[in-house]
Design a protein around this ligand. Structure first.
Ligand code: 13P
Length: 249
C-alpha cells in the first residue's frame, strides 16, 4: 500500500486573525491541485477565520495544541470538542517548544493523544532529540521512549491513523536542516518501533513527517526518502513558499 503524503504548516505564534484569513485565501489556489494532504496548523485565535477562509478548498485546518480534559475550570485552555466544533481536523501534540517552554511531559502528551482520538481528531505527535543527545549517540533510544509513552493505551486502529513528526530540535528554526540520511534513519527507526508495538500493517500505514528547516530547496530530497511521508513546516509555512513545498516533486 502507499501512504498519502501529508504536508502540514505550523504557524506557531504568528499571524493575527485578520492576516490568517487573508493568507489562507492566498494559499488556496497555490495548493489546489496538490496530491498531498495539506494542513495549516494555526494559533487558537486564528482557527475560526482560517476554517472559514479554507471552506470549499483542500486545505484542512489544524490546531497547535489542546488540553486533554473535556471541559471545566482550566483557565486559558481549549478542549478537544471545541476544536472539533470549530472545524479543526488535526492537532499538533508534544511539539518541542511546548515541552521546553510549557513543561509538557511525555505523560501529558499521551493523555492528549488519547483525548484527540476520543474526539475524532488526528494527532500530529512530535518527537525529537537535542544536539547534545545526538552527540551522545542516544537519539534513537530517546525517540523510542518518547513514542512508546505517547502511544500508551492507543489501539492499533488509532495508531494507524496517527501522524508522527520527527523534528530534531537542533534543526528547528536554525536553517540547519538534517541530512536526508539522518532524517530517514530516525523515521525508519520510528516505523520499526511502530511495527514492534502494533505489527507490520500499522507500521506500513502510519505516516511519519520530518520537521526542521524544511524549505522549497530541500523538500524534494527529504520527502523522497522511503520512510518520510511529508513534513511539518514552521517558518516556510508563513509564506507562499508553502505552496512550493506542497508541490515538492
Ligand atoms: P522551522 O520549519 O521553522 O524550522 O520549524 C519547524 C517546526 O518546529 C515545525 O513544527
Amino acid at each position: 500500500m502507499s501512504r498519502r503524503m501529508i504536508i502540514a504548516g505550523n504557524w506557531k505564534m504568528n499571524k493575527p486573525p485578520s492576516q490568517a484569513a487573508e493568507f489562507i485565501r492566498q494559499l488556496v489556489p497555490l495548493v489546489a491541485d496538490a496530491e498531498a494532504e495539506v494542513v495549516c496548523c494555526v494559533p487558537a485565535i486564528d482557527i475560526v477565520p482560517a476554517v472559514e477562509a479554507a471552506k470549499g478548498s483542500n486545505i484542512r485546518i489544524g490546531a497547535e495544541n489542546m488540553y486533554f480534559e473535556e471541559k471545566g475550570a482550566y483557565t486559558g485552555e481549549i478542549a478537544p470538542d471545541m476544536l472539533v466544533d470549530a472545524g479543526v481536523s488535526h492537532v499538533i501534540l508534544g511539539h518541542s517548544e511546548r515541552r521546553e517552554y510549557f513543561a509538557e511531559t511525555d505523560e501529558m502528551v499521551n493523555r492528549k493523544v488519547k483525548a484527540a482520538f476520543a474526539h475524532g481528531l488526528i494527532p500530529i505527535i512530535c518527537c525529537g532529540e537535542t544536539l547534545k543527545q545526538r552527540e551522545q549517540g542516544i537519539t534513537i533510544d530517546w525517540i523510542r521512549q518518547q513514542i512508546k509513552i505517547a502511544f500508551q493505551d492507543i489501539t492499533p486502529e488509532q495508531a494507524a491513523a496517527a501522524v508522527i513528526a520527527y523534528e530534531p530540535i537542533w534543526a528547528i528554526g536554525t536553517g540547519k536542516v538534517a541530512t536526508s540520511g539522518q532524517a530517514q534513519e530516525v523515521c525508519h527507526a520510528i516505523r520499526q518501533l511502530m511495527g514492534e508495538l502494533y505489527g507490520p500493517e500499522v507500521a506500513e500505514q502510519v505516516r511519519i513527517q520530518y520537521g526542521g528547516s524544511v524549505a522549497p530547496a530541500n523538500a524534494a530530497e527529504l520527502f523522497s526518502q522511503p520512510d518520510i511521508d511529508g513534513g511539518l513546516v514552521g517558518g516556510a509555512s508563513l509564506k507562499p513558499d508553502f505552496g512550493q513545498i506542497v508541490h515538492w516533486k
